[in-house]
Ligand binder design. Structure first.
Ligand SMILES: Cc1cc2nc3c(=O)[nH]c(=O)nc-3n(C[C@H](O)[C@H](O)[C@H](O)COP(=O)(O)O)c2cc1C
Length: 199
């Protein structure tokens, strides 16, 4: 009996440690735009996709696929679709050792019907959640990421032979962060975004 109680206590403590750990990971994750040249282990990338695989989705539709681009020539081509001379904001993408292309697959019938009736873009919501699961796992693996929403979808679809009925949802750059100054998170105050029981 005493042993069981002690085990219970230990489990409870562990749960608290896990919760603390999650908040720390959320605080640690930030958009990384400078990377070391160091190669990223495929096992770590697979862990990130595993974390994304476990994310929730409307009607459990799981409308996603992850193309991991880690071959230098492929990566060069993919990064060309993320910036141009007029819009150089994403120039850093080509310095990332890995670019993940997150494909938005058509949702299952219940989620598509539900989305139509409720006028919600469930596929985009699902994709965003899965992408963040990926990024948080990457943080816990010591990797840096940046989600990229600005890219030339047509170029990417042609180059990566993505079928017409699929969309490129987002890209994620991945790599070991260049060690530099710690960036402070700019966020609205908690009081601006929380209320209880009423708007
Ligand atoms: C949907 C989405 C699209 C984004 N697109 C870009 C992008 O094209 N280029 C870029 O440098 N950062 C992009 N970001 C990163 C945001 O700028 C960044 O998350 C935000 O400024 C907060 O900073 P933090 O991630 O460091 O906390 C994107 C983020 C999201 C969620």
């Amino acid at each position: 009996m005493i042993i069981i109680n002690i085990l219970d206590l230990l489990l409870q403590e562990n749960k608290e440690v896990m919760l603390m750990g999650f908040l720390e990971i959320a605080q640690e994750r930030k958009s990384v735009r400078e990377y070391q040249a160091k190669e990223v282990e495929r096992e770590k990338l697979i862990n990130c996709v595993e974390a994304a695989r476990l994310s929730p989705s409307a009607c459990n539709s799981q409308p996603w696929k992850f193309i991991i681009v880690d071959e230098p020539e492929q990566k060069e081509k993919v990064s060309e679709a993320t910036s141009n001379k007029l819009l150089p904001i994403n120039k850093f993408v080509k310095t990332a050792p890995v670019i993940v292309v997150v494909i938005s697959e058509p949702g299952n019938l219940p989620s598509r019907l539900g989305g139509l009736i409720k006028q919600k873009e469930f596929e985009s919501i699902d994709l965003g959640i899965a992408t963040e699961h990926f990024c948080l796992q990457a943080t816990s693996e010591g990797l840096g990421t940046c989600i990229i929403g600005w890219f030339d979808e047509k170029k990417l679809k042609n180059f990566l032979q993505i079928p017409d009925n699929k969309k490129v949802g987002l890209l994620i750059t991945v790599g070991y962060p260049e060690k530099g100054e710690q960036k402070r998170k700019k966020r609205k105050d908690l009081n601006e975004m929380i209320s209880f029981n009423r708007y």
